[in-house]
Design a protein around this ligand. Structure first.
Ligand SMILES: Cc1cc2nc3c(=O)[nH]c(=O)nc-3n(C[C@H](O)[C@H](O)[C@H](O)COP(=O)(O)O)c2cc1C
Length: 416
C-alpha cells in the first residue's frame, strides 16, 4: 500500500503504568448476587430479565402472562410506545415536583402499587415488602383480595403506609362483608371494587404450566425448581402460603377464580358496597365512557381505566386510548386513574398529560419483587422515578399539573 502525501502517521509510544492504572478502574459491583442483579438493572425490562432467572417458570409466567393470545397487554404497551412527546425548552427545570393529589392528599409520585394476587409466591417477602416500600416512598399500596398476607399483617408491617383494599365481591357475600369490615378496622383508606371479572380470563400460560397455589411438586416443577433452589428454600422455610381472605385453597388457580368470581356481578353489587363502605370507593376495570358515567352516578369517587393488565378480555381496547373520553365523561366529578402496560416513567407522563389523577403499576413492581424482594421493589420505584424526572425535565415541565395533551400526542389509532 502506498502512503500518499498528506497522510497522517501517528507517532506511537509505550503507555506509562500510572496511565494504565487510571484507565483500569474496575467497576465495583456488589458481592451478593441479588444486589448485583439489581445494580445492573437500569430499566423495568432489565428487572424482568433478572426476575426470570430467579423464579421457577410457572411462577414467573403467572406475573408475566396475560389472557389468551395476550393481545390486550401487547396493544396496551404499544399504545404507550406510540406516544410522541412535544417538548418545550428554556424553562429552568432544575427543580421538578413529581407529587400529585390523590383522594385529597399528596402522593409523592404519580404511580401507586396496583392490587395483585399471590404476591408471596413471587418472593417470600411478599406484600409486606411492597407495603414497606410504599410507606417509605409516600405512595398508596392496594392489597388484593387474592393477596397472600392478611389485612392485619400488612397493616402491622407498614403502619404509616396509605393502604387501600381491593375487593372482589365473591359469591359468598358474608365473606366479602367481613373483608370490608376488617379493612375499616385496620385503617385502610380506600376500597377498590374490581368489576372486570364476572368470570376469569383464560390465562393459558398458567393452564399449560399446571399452576396451583401453593405450587405443587410435580415431576416438571421439580426439575424446573431444581434450577431455583433458593426460591424453593424460601417458600418451604417461611410461613405457608395462605390468602388475605381465605385460609387455604387446594386447587388450580383457574378453579379458585371460578370459586370467587361471580357472573351475576352488577350495579347491585356496587350499590351494596357503597352502602357498606363510607370511605373513598374506586371502581376498577372501566373502559367505556358510559360505564364511567354510570358508576360515578352510583357513588364511585374514582374510576380506574384498566383492563386488568390484559388478564381478562383479550383484544380489549388500550386503556390509554379511552382515558381522554373517560376524563371527559366524568367531568371532574370523580378521580380518574389508569393502569395496564406501564413499564417506564414516560408511560406515566403520557397518562398524566391526558388527564389521569394518577396511574397504577402491577408487573413493574412485581418484577422487582421477584428479582430481589423489598430491595427489588425499591429498585423498580427508583428506575421509574429517574425516568419520570428526566422525561419531565426534557419536556420542559416542572410539575405534573403543567402537562397538557399537546405534550404527549397519542398515536392516530387511539384518536378516533
Ligand atoms: C400477577 C398479577 C396479579 C393480579 N391480581 C389482581 C387482583 O388480585 N385483583 C385485581 O383487581 N387486579 C389484579 N391484577 C391487575 C392489576 O391490579 C393491574 O390492573 C395490572 O397489573 C396493570 O397492568 P400492568 O401489570 O401492566 O401494570 C393483577 C395483575 C397481575 C400482573
Amino acid at each position: 500500500m502506498r502512503t500518499g502525501e498528506g497522510s497522517c502517521v501517528a507517532t506511537r509510544r509505550l503507555p506509562r503504568p500510572a496511565e494504565l492504572r487510571d484507565l483500569l478502574k474496575p467497576r465495583r459491583l456488589p458481592l451478593s448476587p441479588v444486589e448485583r442483579g439489581l445494580a445492573q438493572a437500569h430499566t423495568i425490562w432489565d428487572l424482568r430479565a433478572v426476575a426470570r432467572r430467579r423464579t421457577p417458570r410457572a411462577v414467573f409466567d403467572y406475573t408475566d402472562g396475560a389472557a389468551e393470545e395476550e393481545l390486550s397487554l401487547r396493544r396496551a404497551r404499544e399504545a404507550f410506545a406510540g406516544v410522541q412527546f412535544l417538548p418545550n425548552v428554556l424553562r429552568d427545570v432544575a427543580n421538578v415536583d413529581l407529587g400529585v393529589e390523590v383522594l385529597g392528599r399528596r402522593s409523592e409520585l404519580p404511580f401507586l402499587f396496583a392490587p395483585t394476587g399471590f404476591t408471596r409466591m413471587m418472593h417470600h417477602e411478599g406484600e409486606r415488602a411492597v407495603a414497606r416500600v410504599a410507606e417509605r416512598t409516600g405512595i398508596p399500596y392496594a392489597l388484593s383480595t387474592m393477596g397472600t398476607t392478611s389485612i392485619e399483617d400488612v397493616a402491622a408491617a407498614a403502619p404509616q403506609a396509605r393502604k387501600w383494599f381491593q375487593l372482589y365481591v365473591w359469591k359468598d357475600r358474608a365473606a366479602s362483608k367481613d373483608l370490608v369490615v376488617r379493612a375499616k378496622e385496620q385503617g385502610y383508606e380506600a376500597m377498590i371494587l374490581t368489576v372486570d371479572t364476572p368470570v376469569g380470563g383464560a390465562r393459558l400460560r398458567d393452564v399449560r404450566n399446571g399452576l396451583t397455589i401453593p405450587p405443587s411438586l410435580t415431576l416438571r416443577t421439580f426439575v424446573n425448581g431444581a434450577m431455583h433452589p433458593a426460591w424453593w428454600f424460601n417458600l418451604l422455610t417461611t410461613e405457608p402460603l395462605t390468602f388475605a381472605s381465605l385460609t387455604r385453597w387446594e386447587g388450580t388457580v383457574a378453579e379458585l377464580l371460578d370459586e370467587i368470581f361471580d357472573p351475576t356481578l352488577s350495579l347491585e353489587h356496587l350499590d351494596w358496597l357503597r352502602e357498606l363502605w363510607d370511605g373513598p370507593l374506586i371502581v376498577k376495570g372501566i373502559l367505556s365512557a358510559d360505564d364511567a358515567r354510570m358508576v360515578v352516578g352510583h357513588g364511585a369517587d374514582g374510576v380506574l381505566v384498566s383492563h386488568h393488565g390484559g388478564r381478562q378480555l383479550d383484544r380489549a381496547v388500550p386503556p390509554l386510548g379511552m382515558l381522554p373520553k373517560v376524563v371527559d365523561a366524568v367531568g371532574g366529578r370523580a378521580e380518574v386513574y389508569l393502569d395496564t402496560g406501564i413499564l417506564n416513567g414516560g408511560d406515566v407522563i403520557a397518562a398524566m398529560a391526558h388527564g389521569a389523577t394518577a396511574t397504577l403499576v402491577g408487573r413493574a413492581y412485581r418484577y422487582g419483587l421477584m428479582a430481589g424482594g423489598e430491595r427489588g421493589v425499591q429498585r423498580a420505584v427508583d428506575i421509574l422515578t429517574a425516568q419520570l424526572t428526566r422525561t419531565l425535565r426534557l419536556l420542559g415541565v416542572r410539575s405534573l399539573g403543567e402537562l397538557t395533551p399537546e405534550h404527549a400526542k397519542l398515536p392516530a389509532s387511539l384518536r378516533d
